[in-house]
Design a protein around this ligand. Sequence first.
Ligand SMILES: [Zn+2]
Ligand SMILES: [Zn+2]
Ligand SMILES: [Zn+2]
Ligand SMILES: [Zn+2]
Length: 386
Amino acid sequence: MSPLTLFARSDASTFRSENYKNRVFRKVSLEASSVLSSTKESRNRIGNRNHISSMGFDLPYIVGHVDEELICPICADILEDPVQSCGCEHAYCRACIDKWMQQKQICPVDRSDLLPGHLVPVSRLMRNMLSRLKIKCSFAENGCSQLLALEEYRSHVAGCEHNPKVVVECNKGCGMKVPKDELARHNCVFELRELVQNQMAEIAELKETQATQELRIVIQRRELELLQYYIAALRSTNPVMRNIGEQLDRYSLMQWGNGLPLANVRTWGSLISTPDTPMHVMVRDVLRTCGCPMHLLNLMVDPCHETRWPDALITLDARRENHHRLNQYVTRILPPLVSGKPCVVVLGGDNTHMPENLRPTLGLVMIFVDGVEEMLQEPLPDGEYI
Ligand SMILES: [Zn+2]
Ligand SMILES: [Zn+2]
Ligand SMILES: [Zn+2]
Ligand SMILES: [Zn+2]
């Protein structure tokens, strides 16, 4: 049988007559208090030499007369965050009654029905009475002379300079935060050695996790590549698979492209239209290092040469003719080639607004002599690219 049940049973008869109420009030409060505050007392014994209740404000610390209505019938302390039953109008600390109602759905004073929906804020009169009370700091015996309003009590006590558990910075040079009462036996070297050891253990653990994750990534990348080769094989024979494969390519290319910064091409005239083999190799390296999907590398490197460009770019004359449209391209900047030449990537998914004869199917890399810089503005919102 739980202590709460015990209490409810023993007080059932005691509370039958309202006349006895005041006489037994203290006794009931004590019993309830011993039940409900058992946790708070053990906590206080461990955590604090001073008594700080976890619910209700300690009655002995209140200065001056206290009206009995302001005492919680459960914890026998001053009401904290009070609520009342809309039926019998008895008031309790919210924390106390919540805990009580986990076991019993009755008022602990008069045993009238009490459901969570019956709890309402206490009257303005009661709130005013509570706000006029003054309470001593729990560390008054340690030398704190503050008199506090109830609402400032908790935050004051937590940071009170007389609270032996208040955390202070070590003044011997290590800069660690130590509870005040542990400062005397605090040893900077010992504490720091322990800290370093803990951190080293943590680092070792993180390195192990990292190694596992890296291995997992390598395995998954390999699986993905195999899957992509498989799809490539299927695509060559099946038109439905070809269509799905193309959608997947556009998707993975845009997933990659979205991570690249937008570029600003100032001089389209400096476009290199016929790169040689070493330049092709450099483009491939750049794409690989910046994470371009492996199976699309060739598809991206091959169209570096004008013969593979969309119709309206394919000759110098065509490019001159369409010069005014080139500025409408959305381009993304790649790391420069080893030779220092700037590169941009023009992705089909970024350029659905361009006419068909200027739009790359998937994407292409353009190499410039110079005149390309990173665009300093917000990236475009994700477009539809499937
Ligand atoms: Zn209470
Ligand atoms: Zn009641
Ligand atoms: Zn204080
Ligand atoms: Zn220290």
